[in-house]
Design a protein around this ligand. Sequence first.
Ligand SMILES: NC(=O)c1ccc[n+]([C@@H]2O[C@H](COP(=O)([O-])OP(=O)(O)OC[C@H]3O[C@@H](n4cnc5c(N)ncnc54)[C@H](O)[C@@H]3O)[C@@H](O)[C@H]2O)c1
Length: 385
Amino acid sequence: MKKKLNVGLIGYGFMGRTHSNAYRKVTHFFDVPYEPVLQVVCGLVEDEAKAFAERWGYQSHTTDWRKVIENKNIDVVDICVPNDLHAEIAIAAAQAGKAICCEKPLALNAAQGEQMVKAVEKAGVANVVSFNYRRVPAVTLAKKLIDEGRLGRIFHYRANFLQDWTISPKVPQGGMATWRLDIKAAGSGVTGDLLAHCIDTAMWHNGPITAVCAMTETFIKQRTHAETGKVEPVGIDDACTFFCRFENGSLGNFESTRYARGHKALYTFEINGEHASIAWDLHDLHRLSYFDHRDESIVRGWRSIHVTDSDMPYMDKWWVPGLQIGYAETFVHQVAEFLQNLAKGEPTPPTFRDALATQYVCDAVLNSAKNNKWEKVRRQRTEDR
Ligand SMILES: NC(=O)c1ccc[n+]([C@@H]2O[C@H](COP(=O)([O-])OP(=O)(O)OC[C@H]3O[C@@H](n4cnc5c(N)ncnc54)[C@H](O)[C@@H]3O)[C@@H](O)[C@H]2O)c1
């Protein structure tokens, strides 16, 4: 019999579903030391919370997140709410001694993120942030190829995250579905929402980013606020492009927008090294493109690796070679590793501290765009720990 681990989920929206699905599936596919028990779900609307609890098998529901924290029965608090609530809930959960899984971005800004890091480290509680793209098998394979030195010295890292869902001026800001457009709830626009993913993956692959030069634009300057009904100025960045320098001497080029007509969630990256290059595309997430200049010239070219063989990252846990997995499974991988590391008392990356490094880059990007100049990225010093 596995030890039970009681989960309190806060937020039953998009991420509430992906996380619940992961807790439900994890024991069927991975050898984990705990069995997650879906104890309580919390969200804003009573009927919706109740319906969610019934559908996913939570034993109870509430509309008050503090009740989840106060509940002595809860071992893990899982935070799937808009960004402005992450810090308050995570700090309260840490003080109550709960393990924490928090959605990205860590916080509204680095100042809040620092408070969160302090709280979890002081309490000594397990913590992880859901930068889930690290756990796409092809993205994990890219990390392995880089770490093995197959690319040689890295010169370039470029990433894009393109969407097109806010082009209409009729899309409101604020409220349940559109809190991402409200600066108070989101903290920033595409920088914290989409580029944070690209930055996390890039620093995991290629090391720290040291300096950035950015431009942002808010194409639609005013929108109706869904809660007040008033037309209000838009505070978020609709689009952001930045160059950067990595500590290893390579150059980075990042772009994100919600105004790229025709793209729903086109996250791509390409890494160019001295010997080889790697490219990946979220729309084809089980494939990794690889070019190796050391191949014999008559067969040299970009190859498309179908990342499904059982010696590929995570794939021995799923189906048979040739059959792929998708987006939802990245959250299963995260939960599996979180449970395994929890039993061993080891951290699961990206921890709050790892996510703070991404937050420093996001803050530097926004400052650079505002001040129209290069910004150094704040580094975590050992004395901060
Ligand atoms: N890892 C990823 O790929 C990914 C994708 C989407 C969203 N996210 C992140 O996940 C978080 C949630 O995003 P989402 O898309 O699931 O949002 P959503 O709008 O679908 O759901 C938000 C949930 O929060 C609840 N909520 C809001 N205020 C609350 C309060 N005061 N108390 C209790 N519950 C409250 C709502 O009831 C709702 O269930 C955000 O931080 C977002 O950036 C991450």
